[in-house]
Design a binder for this molecule. Structure first.
Ligand code: ADP
Ligand code: MG
Length: 706
């Protein structure tokens, strides 16, 4: 969210004042503030929040200091002020004494200057981190100021601001920022206007905006700080949700959807060709989709389903709905292997119903392609599966009614937008499918304008995958287990984290791995698969494995998404500590797809970081994709999760998606309620103004994030 925009127009001018005009700043420091901290205006500075606070609300007894103490605030008499050493080694020492003990103070730089500021025998307030030196505690470079009774009364939580080395070199350290904030608040506090309607303030017991902004910088006490934080987080999340949901309301009103109401072939398929009973979750999701498709509104739905939950058949059934209503449909996958696999699965269904379906990828032959494109353009072809080759301009549809996009996070926003512009009469319905579970909080922020469907149930009879963590030293035993599984008729994946040949030395290269597996299993056919192979070679290797001709597939993460070989029962992940949680989970999802008991073996060396250990433990503990996604969010922070980087939607100023789920849920519900009762916000001028300001500042492409 853009900071500056969060101010209503009335006081725009004051808050948009260039920072150079603040008393105590000036041109030179203004330049540093701009380049180092992106603070250009009064508003930017006001919204530059402290990242922590120092507790100056009480004094510590010197005699109570222990090694556990972080920074402490002391009050005592300054004695023994003395310079030591020469030149660059010169240092200043002093002692501080209270009724309970003595602590040493040391300054290694600015010794002369500081000496002049200290007076023997006077009482000082000193703040710093004590370190044990021999048997005594000492504090290097403590903060200090002369004690006076008034100071004791007003000391409280002192804000600490992030600054950079460059800032500090020109004296713009945290303390200097504290002074600037004080000056700024003196100048502007009367002009700070509320941005939320009273109803929301009272309903959620939120602090008013002026108090919140004052208290976030200069909290009088902990409870007030907590309230300020909650209020500002709420505000940030609320306006994101309001924008997202407003976009959704507008889209629903403006984009007429093609109506799919006939279900002829669909019924036939249900009656005669359904290969298994759908799970309740699949049925529910299909109902939700069907409601959309016959509603006359354009569908924009995100379908989340853990690996193996059966999204493919849901996709096909949706495509059937389009077919029954004379519309074409397409399914786009992120890789050729995946597109091929989807094509093969859908082909089986389509054949039974006499429906024409085809595949288009980068390696489709020109001759085939020309025919295919013609058939697509004149409507002979009903369904097409493909890679991003589908996005090319020469791919024209006669009547594209439904786009399904699998494994969403691999496609860029702009790429996807291209797809639904392939029908100039009406926007096709959009179904985005993802097997990357996104924590609810993140989904609400990233896809807040999409409707959400969830397949939260695996087909019956699936045995949960058993996951274990083994150290490299146990490789022989692991290989013994592999041999046993292969003798039972199963197949095995062995995955290496190699991505590029330039990967670090300590990574076992895929090829070395392949050689050693070959040595261990001289009698067993082994395949190899990695991203640098030609598509036709990849395809060849994959097909051999699918057909069961090879028993072991040594691969990189190219097999991460979608590949479906139900007979594969073991997934070994080498150097597992190199993978993020969600990637590990995706990889694990390649097994456990048939009725066999499946295993995931995470191999690591004994050297394992705390973080790495936690990832392994999480994988061993749970099979639940959403639990894993939540843990991933906690470990890595929202900005690093797959698919979120390019959206910018998670660059929050104060809210934290990993922690503020509750505030987010409330804010979203409040925004929904308001928009449902009053879509044009006629009763909420205050919100309209705020949105207007936000829009002017930053053309957020929320509606395109779909
Ligand atoms: P994903 O959601 O990971 O794309 P798939 O669609 O590939 O999952 O389905 C995984 C496997 O489960 C496939 O072999 C599929 O045929 C099977 N499957 C899907 N739905 C069901 C069901 N309701 N009952 C039994 N098997 C199912
Ligand atoms: Mg899939």
């Amino acid at each position: 969210m853009d900071n500056q925009a969060a101010f209503p127009s009335r006081s725009d001018n004051l808050f948009q004042t260039p920072i150079a005009f603040l008393k105590g700043v000036g041109e030179k420091r203004a330049d540093i503030l701009k380049t180092e901290l992106q603070i250009y205006t009064f508003a930017d500075l006001l919204l530059y929040y402290p990242f922590r606070y120092e507790d100056r609300s009480s004094f510590h007894h010197i005699g109570d200091i222990t090694e556990e103490n972080a920074a402490v605030q002391l009050k005592g008499i300054m004695r023994n002020i003395q310079l030591w050493g020469e030149g660059t080694k010169k240092r200043l020492e002093a002692t501080l004494e209270d009724d309970t003990g003595i602590v040493k103070l040391v300054w290694f730089s600015g010794a002369n200057w500081i000496k002049n500021k200290l007076t023997e025998g006077k009482t000082y307030i000193v703040y710093g981190k004590p370190n044990l030196y021999g048997r005594n505690f000492s504090i290097s470079h403590p903060d200090f100021e002369l004690f006076s009774p008034e100071k004791e009364k007003k000391t409280s939580l002192i804000p600490v601001y992030h600054t950079t080395e460059k800032c500090k070199r020109v004296g713009m350290d945290s303390r200097a920022l504290v002074e600037l904030q004080k000056e700024l608040l003196r100048t502007v506090h009367k002009e700070i206007r509320e941005s939320l309607p009273d109803s929301l303030l009272s309903q959620n017991q939120l602090l008013d905006r002026r108090n919140a902004l004052i208290s976030i910088h200069f909290p009088k006490n902990e409870p007030l700080l907590r309230q300020a934080r909650r209020r500002l987080k709420y505000e940030e999340l609320f306006f994101i949700q309001l924008q997202l949901l407003q976009g959704r309301v507008a889209r629903i009103e403006n984009n007429a959807g093609i109506i799919f109401s006939k279900v002829e072939k669909l019924n036939l398929f249900y009656k005669e060709h359904l290969p298994f009973d759908l799970t309740n979750a699949q049925k529910r999701v299909l109902r939700e989709i069907y409601q959309d498709l016959k509603s006359g509104k354009q569908m924009n739905r995100l379908l989340q389903g853990d690996v193996g939950s059966g999204k493919t058949i849901v996709a096909f059934i949706c495509m059937l709905m389009a077919y029954d209503n004379g519309a074409q449909s397409c399914l786009m996958a992120p890789t050729e292997i995946l597109a091929e696999q989807h094509y093969q699965s859908l082909l089986v269904f389509a054949k039974k119903l006499g429906i024409k379906i085809t595949l288009l990828t980068g390696s489709t032959k020109e001759k085939t392609r020309r025919v295919l494109l013609e058939e697509l353009a004149d409507g002979q072809l009903d369904m097409i599966v493909g890679t991003h080759a589908l996005l090319e301009d020469r791919v024209q549809f006669k009547n594209l009614g439904l786009c399904i996009i699998d494994e969403q996070h691999r496609f860029g926003v702009a790429q996807r937008a291209k797809l639904w512009q392939k029908n100039d009469q009406a926007f096709p319905h959009i179904l985005v499918m993802t097997a990357t579970p996104i924590p609810r909080t993140l989904a609400m922020t990233l896809y807040g304008d999409l409707d959400l469907s969830l397949i939260d149930e695996l087909p019956a009879g699936r045995k949960p995958i058993k996951t274990v963590h083994r150290f490299d030293a146990h490789r022989l035993r692991v290989f013994g287990f592999l041999r046993h599984q292969i003798q039972e008729g199963r197949q095995v994946y062995i995955v290496y984290p190699l991505i590029e040949e330039s990967e670090k030395m300590d990574l076992k290269s895929l090829e070395d791995g392949y050689e050693s597996v070959k040595r261990a299993f001289p009698d067993i056919p082994i395949g190899i698969l990695h991203g640098r192979m030609l598509p036709k070679d990849k395809d060849f290797e994959m097909q051999r494995f699918v057909k069961g001709e090879t028993k072991i597939m040594v691969a990189t993460t190219v097999i991460e998404v979608g590949v479906n070989v139900p007979n594969a029962s073991v997934m070994i992940i080498e150097n597992a500590e190199r993978f993020g949680l969600s990637q590990l989970h995706q990889l694990r999802g390649r097994v456990g797809r048939g009725g066999y008991q499946s295993y995931c073996i995470l191999m690591t060396s004994h050297k394992l970081s705390a973080d790495g250990k936690r990832r392994m433990d999480t994988m061993v503990r749970t099979n639940n994709g959403f639990e894993i996604a939540d843990e991933d969010l906690k470990l890595r922070g929202a900005g690093n999760l797959a698919g979120t980087q390019q959206s910018g939607a998670v660059s929050l100023t104060i809210a934290d998606l990993a922690q503020d789920g509750e505030i987010l849920t409330t804010a979203r519900q409040n925004a929904l309620d308001i928009l449902e009762a009053d879509p044009q916000l006629t009763q909420y001028q205050i919100l309209k103004q705020q949105l207007e300001a936000l829009r002017k500042k930053e053309p957020i492409q929320w509606s395109e994030i779909s």
